[in-house]
Design a binder for this molecule. Structure first.
Ligand code: HEM
Length: 109
């Protein structure tokens, strides 16, 4: 058994500038450098679903945003505090409601 602390590597300021800021543009024309970014793990036990996930994530997320209006149940900002578990979890889980956007009602009902 081996454990690699991908959490720490993904937040390492010697590898990433301003590592905790949401900057999707950092991945534009981005070339993978070995072991700096490994959301799907690496090598023998790496995620076999990576190809599928990479293909469907954008369209899934885009559909969620295009088709539904989202709202947090408690109306507060998202609390990003983390706690360790077998997997990384939020201290406060996100509870959200969605409503079909008006222009999608006929298509989705
Ligand atoms: C955004 C989507 C996903 C992410 C971020 C993700 C990430 C991961 C990670 C980090 C691992 C552990 C790799 C390791 O142990 O080093 C893993 C394992 C695994 N993933 Fe995913 N995954 C995703 C989607 C999927 C999908 C779509 C499937 C199947 C259709 C899948 C199937 C698996 C399986 C079967 C393993 C266990 C592989 C093994 O232990 O040999 N994953 N995934």
């Amino acid at each position: 058994m081996r454990n690699v602390n991908a959490w720490a590597i993904h937040r390492d300021p010697t590898m990433w500038s301003d590592p905790t800021s949401f900057k999707p543009e950092r991945f534009e024309n981005w070339k993978s450098e070995a072991y700096t970014h490994m959301p799907f793990g690496m090598r023998r036990r790496a995620c076999p679903g990576e190809g599928l996930a990479q293909r469907v994530m954008a369209v899934t997320l885009g559909s969620f945003i295009q088709c539904f209006e989202w709202e947090k149940v408690d109306g507060k900002d998202i609390d990003m505090a983390e706690k360790m578990h077998t997997m990384m979890c939020r201290v406060e889980p996100i509870e959200a409601m969605c409503r079909v956007r008006p222009h999608m009602v006929d298509l989705l009902s």
